[in-house]
Design a protein around this ligand. Structure first.
Ligand code: PGA
Length: 252
C-alpha cells in the first residue's frame, strides 16, 4: 500500500494577517500543484480568508485548527464546521495536545467534533499522543488506544476523509524529537488500533503523520519509516526557509 505523504503546517496562534498571507504565498509557490505529496496549512481562524486567497494557483489544502461540535446556536465564541466549510476550509485539526492539555478538552468532546466535522463534509486530522509521564509509565499504547476511540464516530464511506497525527506531547515545541524507531513503533501500534476500529483496508490507506519538533534536519529520516506518512509541523512551519525543505523531503 503506497500512501501519498502529507506535510502539514500548524501555525497555531502565530503571525499577523500580513505575515500569514505572505507565508501562504510562499507555501503555494513552493508546493505548486505537486501531486506526489499533499500540503496542508492550519492558520488561525481570523486569517483563514486571507490565507485562502493567497493559496490560489496551488493545490495547498486550507485547514482550521479546531471547531465546536454543533451546526449553529448559542455558543458564544465558538465556530461551527459548517462556517468553516463556508470559508473554504477542507480539513479540521482535532484533539491537538494543546487543546487537550492546555484547554482541557476530553476524548468525549473530541469524538463529538469528529462526528460533526465529517457530517459537515470536511476532513478530520485527529491528533493523538502521550505525555512524558505516560511514556515513562509504559502507558503510551494504552493512551493511543483511548484517544483513537474517537474514530468509532467514523461511518462507513467516511474513512477516506480521516488522517491521524501522532504527536508525543513531550516532543512538541521542545526540540526533543522521537527517534525514527520510536515514531515507527507508535505509528504501527496506532495503525493496528485503527484496523480494530475501521477495518484493515481503511487502516492500510489512512495517513498517519508524525509531529513534534520536526525540522528540515530530521524530516527525511522520520519520513523514511514505513508507517510514517507525513509530518505535522509547528515551529518550523512558520517560515518557508524551514518548511520548504520539509516539503521537499516528502517528495525526495
Ligand atoms: P512543533 O509543533 O513542530 O513546534 O513541535 C508541532 C505541533 O504542535 O503540531
Amino acid at each position: 500500500m503506497t500512501r501519498t505523504p502529507v506535510i502539514a503546517g500548524n501555525w497555531k496562534m502565530h503571525l499577523t494577517r500580513r505575515k500569514s498571507s505572505a507565508l501562504a504565498r510562499d507555501v503555494a509557490a513552493h508546493h505548486g500543484h505537486a501531486e506526489n505529496r499533499r500540503c496542508v496549512v492550519f492558520p488561525t481562524f481570523v486569517h483563514l480568508d486571507h490565507v485562502r486567497r493567497n493559496l490560489k494557483n496551488s493545490n495547498v489544502v486550507l485547514g482550521a485548527q479546531n471547531c465546536w461540535p454543533k451546526k449553529e446556536g448559542a455558543f458564544t465564541g465558538e465556530i461551527s464546521p459548517y462556517m468553516l466549510r463556508d470559508m473554504g476550509v477542507q480539513v479540521v485539526l482535532l484533539g491537538h495536545s494543546e487543546r487537550r492539555h492546555v484547554i482541557g478538552e476530553e476524548d468525549a468532546l473530541i469524538a463529538e467534533k469528529v462526528k460533526l466535522v465529517l457530517r459537515a463534509k470536511l476532513d478530520v486530522m485527529l491528533c493523538i499522543g502521550e505525555t512524558l509521564e505516560e511514556r515513562e509509565g509504559n502507558r503510551t499504547f494504552e493512551v493511543l488506544a483511548r484517544q483513537l476511540k474517537s474514530l468509532k464516530m467514523v461511518k462507513p464511506g467516511q474513512e477516506g476523509r480521516v488522517s491521524v497525527a501522532y504527536e508525543p506531547v513531550w516532543a512538541i515545541g521542545t526540540g526533543k524529537t522521537a527517534t525514527p524507531e520510536m515514531a515507527q513503533s507508535a505509528h504501527a501500534e496506532a495503525r493496528s488500533q485503527i484496523e480494530g476500529i475501521l477495518g484493515a483496508e481503511a487502516a492500510a490507506r489512512m495517513p498517519i503523520l508524525y509531529g513534534g519538533s520536526v525540522k528540515a534536519g530530521n524530516a527525511a529520516e522520520l519520513l523514511s519509516q514505513p508507517d510514517v506518512d507525513g509530518a505535522l509541523v509547528g515551529g518550523a512551519a512558520l517560515t518557508i526557509e524551514q518548511f520548504g525543505p520539509i516539503l521537499d523531503a516528502a517528495s525526495a
